[in-house]
Design a protein around this ligand. Structure first.
Ligand code: HEC
Ligand code: HEC
Ligand code: HEC
Length: 440
């Protein structure tokens, strides 16, 4: 109810502003952040690299679709928004789009026909892209991507969200100023900030939303930036609290996770999989290093310690209970022994790079627990990357376990070892099952 009222209030305000905007001001687009020489040449390979940094493929390629030919449904609270065909096909793609029009899509969210784009296209973040990166992207999409004729499904949200001019007012209240401002005296930290705030658009998922459903904070100067968000039913965890991955993992473990989606603590899942699979695995050592340095620097309590803090002394109760194999033990523990123990073990610590730790795991402890329920029901698979090609799979237990059993098991895991997350109930499990059935 609270969220509903908030959305309603936001809509009324946006509506009033929209009307004013619609009547009075002509649309203006942002000029290049720097002037490049007239004979500027995009360096060899820079185009593809910029595309990988910005993860354009993740959204603009439909499942089983041609690369960049669009049509992927991006879930939003208002309904599905279909990504555009950004191959150089003149009719159904962006073949006739000029450099200035292309920049306007990235910086100002304006499409080739002048329509305002839904913020499912992360122009709120891409407006920080440097001019060399914009040029590189343009060259890549015009010259290196094969044209594919593919007219994508038209996005058709219900009123008032189908009124694209309303997005214009939203942009006024939601967007940060265009361009990237270096804030540190250190080149590596500034590079990391650029990558995370701009092309990486990490904050689009990992930051909370404000009353306008806009990203709350676009730089680390804002305390809300990168402190956790919700996306497609998954929780994108806080990256700044002392117990978060960047603040408690060793720097090289964080780097390894970004590259491969696995390390001695966790495996990648949900909405983060394409980020690793399509984007982060291709980053240079320098860029991964810069991202890691920056993420470790922006901890809420100051920079992360050089050596990670020792794992908290876990009361051995959970381990002892599981090891006792007492047939009279609580149902949650029994279910764990039956279904999970073979891979995640009695200490909940799994095995390096193969079976993730469940003790202290951000996904296990996430508010709402939807990621955990989803994984128990449907399993998970780590993406194949160049460094770690093997896809490791966890089976799903949807057929074997009832809603009550999944909830009991999830609560056992959420309160086992050193975990102490709030309990979830069987209704949450039923809701996720239903959601999956609808998607299939
Ligand atoms: C998080 C998902 C997402 C990512 C990442 C993303 N896009 Fe988009 N993009 C969209 C969606 C959705 C639309 C359509 C929005 C609409 O219909 O209002 C879109 C629209 C566009 C358009 C407008 C096309 C037209 O019809 O004029 C261009 C150009 C574009 N994207 C280019 C890019 C490029 C280049 C990248 C990488 C730098 C990128 N996008 C990354 C989701 C994304
Ligand atoms: C499309 C949404 C999305 C984007 C964009 C995104 N993330 Fe994530 N991220 C998630 C979700 C959801 C999770 C939780 C699932 C998991 O742990 O694999 C996650 C997990 C993580 C984790 C693991 C945390 C842990 O405790 O295990 C790290 C580290 C991370 N993201 C870093 C980043 C960085 C850096 C970027 C930008 C380059 C980024 N993410 C962009 C959605 C996103
Ligand atoms: C056959 C081995 C196996 C079994 C049995 C198994 N898992 Fe997993 N589990 C894995 C693997 C491999 C992954 C990594 C997959 C990924 O992250 O994409 C994983 C990932 C997870 C994750 C996500 C952790 C993270 O860091 O993202 C959770 C939570 C989890 N398992 C819980 C459970 C629970 C609860 C059970 C019992 C119902 C269970 N697992 C049974 C192998 C297994």
């Amino acid at each position: 109810m609270y969220t509903f009222l908030r959305i309603l209030a936001a809509l009324v305000l946006v509506g009033v502003l929209a009307l004013v905007a619609f009547i009075f001001w002509p649309v203006q687009t942002t000029s290049p952040h720097t002037d490049l020489p007239a004979d500027y040449q995009v360096p060899e390979g820079a185009g593809e690299y910029a595309m990988q940094l910005a993860d354009c493929a993740a959204c603009h390629t439909a499942e089983d679709g041609e690369r960049f030919a669009g049509g992927r449904a991006i879930e939003s609270p208002m309904g599905a928004i279909y990504s555009s065909n950004i191959t150089p096909d003149p009719e159904t793609g962006i073949g006739n789009v000029t450099l200035d029009q292309f920049r306007a899509a990235l910086y100002d969210g304006i499409g080739k026909d002048g329509a305002h784009l839904y913020p499912a296209m992360p122009f709120a973040n891409y407006r920080k892209l440097s001019e060399p990166d914009v040029r590189a992207l343009y060259a890549y999409f015009m010259d290196e991507v094969p044209a594919v004729r593919n007219a994508v499904t038209k996005t058709n949200l219900s009123f008032p969200f189908n009124q694209r001019w309303g997005i214009r007012a939203w942009k006024w209240v939601a967007l940060d100023k265009a361009g990237f401002t270096p804030e540190f005296d250190d080149a590596q930290l500034n590079r990391g900030a650029y990558l995370v705030e701009g092309p990486g658009h990490c904050g689009a998922c990992h930051s909370p939303r404000n009353v306008f459903i806009a990203q709350a904070g676009y730089t680390a100067a804002d305390d809300r930036f990168m402190t956790g968000g919700e996306i497609g039913g998954w929780h994108a965890p806080d990256m700044r609290e002392p117990n978060s991955a960047p603040q408690k993992w060793a720097a090289d473990q964080l780097a390894h996770w970004l590259r491969t989606g696995r390390n001695n603590h966790a495996g990648v899942s949900g909405e983060m999989q394409l980020v690793v699979g399509e984007s982060l695995q291709y980053l240079s050592d320098e860029d991964v290093g810069a991202m890691v340095a920056y993420l470790r620097h922006i901890g809420r309590d100051g920079p992360a310690p050089e050596t990670p803090p020792a794992r908290p002394e876990t009361p051995g109760e959970t381990e002892a209970l599981l090891a006792s194999a007492d047939p009279g033990m609580e149902l949650g523990a029994l279910l764990y022994l039956d279904n999970c123990n073979a891979c995640h073990f009695v200490d909940g610590l799994g095995a390096n790079e193969i079976f993730p730790e469940l003790d202290g795991n951000s996904l296990v402890n996430a508010p709402g627990g939807t990621g955990l329920i989803h994984i128990i029901l449907h399993g998970a698979e780590m993406p194949s990357t160049e460094l770690r090609p093997m896809r490791l799979r966890m089976p799903g237990f949807a057929k074997r376990l009832s809603d009550d059993e999944v909830a009991t098991l999830a609560n056992f895991v959420r309160s086992g070892w050193s975990n102490s997350a709030a309990a979830i109930d069987a209704d949450a499990v039923a809701a996720l099952r239903e959601r999956r059935a609808e998607a299939d």
